[in-house]
Design a protein around this ligand. Sequence first.
Ligand code: 5RP
Length: 233
Amino acid sequence: MNSDELKQRLGRRAVDDFVRGGMRVGLGTGSTAVWAVRCVGEKLRAGELEHLACVVTSSQTELECEQLGIPIYSLNHTHVGGKLDVTIDGADEIEPSGNLCKGGGGALALEKVVAYNSKRVVILAEERKYVARLGKSFPITVEVLRQARATVTRAVEAMGASASLRMAERKIGPTITDNGNILLDLTFEAAFDAGWLERELNAIPGVVENGLFTGGHYTVYLAKPDGSLRVLE
Ligand code: 5RP
């Protein structure tokens, strides 16, 4: 199966398995999570999911929901109350401990708020993203206040990272996140403890959030190239 078919299969399976009428559902970001959003849209149109409250994690997902007619709630809405029953999202890398690296789409800050406040988080990825150790082939993304680019760069370099400012495509200058911030993509030569690094990066003044998701309990659906799924709890 090609990559799009695998992502479509993952999205449908996650929605079939975990989304029920009346739930508060977090909708993730990216080319995989979007298939779960589309499946929610189909089921809503078919009248299979009543009284669903969906919370989006990015402007990409918001646009998709608008096109599909999926009603969106704020995480602050009294009906949601900052708590979700399930969130379905993608990831850039997953290691055997269950730690994740996210942020390829630059939506890591809201994705983390939503994931950390969901009873269940379902992560969808092609099997190639299941790696022995985070950060070897994909950078660790950090969302940073624009005014703090130099100071945060200096701080992460002192921690052994090389920092690269993520540049925009089809726009001159850096990528600006949904929150009006910039992104630094970090690579580390040496191995690191992901839980420690997640906390240390967020302790740097000017860092809004980073793409390491550690210490959570995720249900991970991995799609193999033949279309079969592997489930990790
Ligand atoms: C966006 C993300 C995405 O979930 C992650 O980048 C995976 O994206 P894709 O499914 O397109 O590979 O974290 O911030």
